[in-house]
Design a protein around this ligand. Sequence first.
Ligand SMILES: Cc1ncc(COP(=O)(O)O)c(C=O)c1O
Length: 395
Amino acid sequence: MISEEFRPIRTRERFLVFGAPSIEQVEIDELIQSLRSGWIGTGPKVFRFQNDFASYKGGEVTAVAVNSCTAALHLSLIASGVGPGDEVITSALTFCSTVNAIIHAGATPVLADVDPNTMNIDPADVERKITPRTRAILPVHFAGRPCEMDQLCDLAGKHQLILIEDCAHAIETTWHGKPAGTFGRFGCFSFYVTKNITTGEGGMILTSDPASADRLRVLGLHGMSKDAWKRYSDEGYLHYQVVDAGFKYNMTDMAASLGIHQLKRVETWWKKREQIWQRYNEAFAGQPIGLPAAPAENTRHAYHLYTVLIDEEVTGVSRDEFLARMMRHNIGAGVHYQSIPEHPFYRERFGWEKENYPHAHRIGCQTASIPLSPALSATDVEDVIAAVKHSLTVR
Ligand SMILES: Cc1ncc(COP(=O)(O)O)c(C=O)c1O
């Protein structure tokens, strides 16, 4: 219990929202311009954002914008021909939508445990989970740290498996100089509000195959023939044909209005988060908590999440009590993630036992994410540090 003389580090009026985005005047102006133009759906701004994103990723890929990373994952699986009877191996420590996308494609998700240090999918466990029905591997670059791509690519090559990367945390990530999202058949990105850049809701799929990109565009807009999005433009009404049973996954120009300007600041923001990350490392050294593993050599971490591990036996404070105390200090915190087998739906449907994924399970019970955003001022960062230290104090 927290004693009576508890003094919050911040007042309620200054509540620090976890993952608050940085929105500047240019985004607001661009959005207003879209609203006034009469064309707020999919249009030229989406195409510009796609091109800008592909250039940011090195230019040798095609980018297809969609309305979420969940949609990106689902479309990528469908476009890869993954479906009923197929198994897809993914991480036991991820957001539910990674697993749901596999289920919605009609395939069976199979979980591999994570490495206890990096929190990324363990290639050795992936290999153990491969069966004759395995069709794809769906690694997640957790918190922005790249997975062991050499080993995963080798496994995919050796067993002729499709590789689809969940890059929701990994816009700026590279592995041995190669950008995340360019290793497999498809790379899927998120622009959800808390992500490194945001469009409110949004996603992007990268592929090195232009024909696959065309198919993704068709599948993402009801299965209507190519360029159907232009049917109301000043080029005159265009008839379309439905060539597939598609989905309603297209990005709007309103969303792209934010994305094109957010992307211009992606590197400046990355540097800012790196500085905050280092300040946290320095401030928390010697505290009785687990800190994120240092980025591996010859890789680039996207610094999307700063996660600490709270082991109650060491600190005397449970993770949930820690979160409650951070809240009382008026600082938002998150959990990324409870392991997938913690959730009743998956346990009931697939019979998964959390004890069979011991590392993901332990991390899921101990992890807490503290604010890491370019919107944080130096005072905010020091407030977070003070609140963490205070919340760990046994009373
Ligand atoms: C690892 C991971 N995958 C997928 C998603 C889904 O992203 P979106 O909200 O854009 O659908 C998220 C979102 O939080 C995520 O963290």
